[in-house]
Design a protein around this ligand. Sequence first.
Ligand code: PLP
Length: 426
Amino acid sequence: MKTSYPITSKQAIDLENKYGAHNYHPLPVVLNRGDGVYVWDVEDKKYYDFLSAYSAVNQGHSHPKIVNAIVQQTQRLALTSRAFHNDMLGKYEKFACEFFGFDKLLPMNTGAEAVETALKICRKWAYEVKGIEENKAEIIVCENNFHGRTTTIISFSNDPVARKNFGPYTNGFIKIEYNNLIALEETLKANSHIAGFLVEPIQGEAGVYVPDEDYLLKAKALCEKYNVLFIADEVQTGIARTGRLLATCGDCSCSDKNCSGKPDVKPDILILGKAISGGVYPVSAVLANNNVMEVIKPGSHGSTFGGNPVAAAVAMAALEVVRDQALAENAFELGQVFRNELNTYIKTSKLVSLVRGKGLLNAIVINDTEDSNTAWEICLKLRDNGLLAKPTHGNIIRFAPPLVITKEQLQDCICIIIKTLKAFEN
Ligand SMILES: *Cc1c(COP(=O)(O)O)cnc(C)c1O
């Protein structure tokens, strides 16, 4: 059967509805091409992409360097499994370890798998290094977290839709309020079985919640005090999205004048995914130093596709793009512009109550209830006006363009966004 025939938006949506499981509620737009900050639908209408596949496409759509890496490597050798060595994995592991400043990397494919991997490493460390009694380890997580969709991960979610009727759930997690150091310390003090603290540096899916300035640094200090691993899920915030290479990075070459000299919040376990491949291939990674990563022994963990040569080639190219095109610096600068201009508009707005975020991970909060569909209606109008964004919850819209966006393009987008919002003011 021929599969390359052209179809209309309506036909494509009807096919998905009929033959696909209904596990998403996409904005009605059918894309067939992308380039940099732009995507085009099947009717050839052009849009700015302000979701970037949930921050997987930080380097922009179809970046030539990354596309070239995937094509070249796929033609040469795509998959060996880890039963044999391949000539790309070690090179990539060295490159990424030096890039992020860790001793070792464990390669996986998706973000959820990398989170699972981090949890397994943390538990093993708790028993074999910290000396917690077997099967007693607990990991502290935060309310309103998003770490993926596996059975274990949804076990400690508090999103009722993500959890309902997927039980029985995995034990061993304690949930505390996000951005609450007192709750963290009390939990650490009250319980001698704590192995780790899993946290998003900014809660992306929850609606781009930015914690207090010193939260991560102090949380890390508490983890050290109680001999607990600080696990940063940077699947969405990492790889330059928030104006730094990592949102947990306090000292880098970005143009933030307040940045240099600030101590680094260095996670004991760092979880990366999404933009580590620039969105062309599922690649995720867990990084840690030897004292933690060495609990992993042959046979204790693995993945058929994890660490394959295509993933290795793609990730190296994608990270080189981040460095060579100074994407963290661009995200830092343009993020300021974005929030400044939106704040100016918000002063006069009854519809939008605030804009928040870091770098180019931002969200606006619509002055309406969580179960309203105002944000959805606004996103439909944004689409008509040539910009694609998606609500997270009924009254929050996330704005996360590819980090290759130029200042001129961003100004154009700000005009589209404000013009669209104005049409909803009354
Ligand atoms: C997207 C995301 C994940 C899950 O990644 P998948 O590749 O979808 O499994 C985990 N953590 C965070 C913070 C994310 O944003």
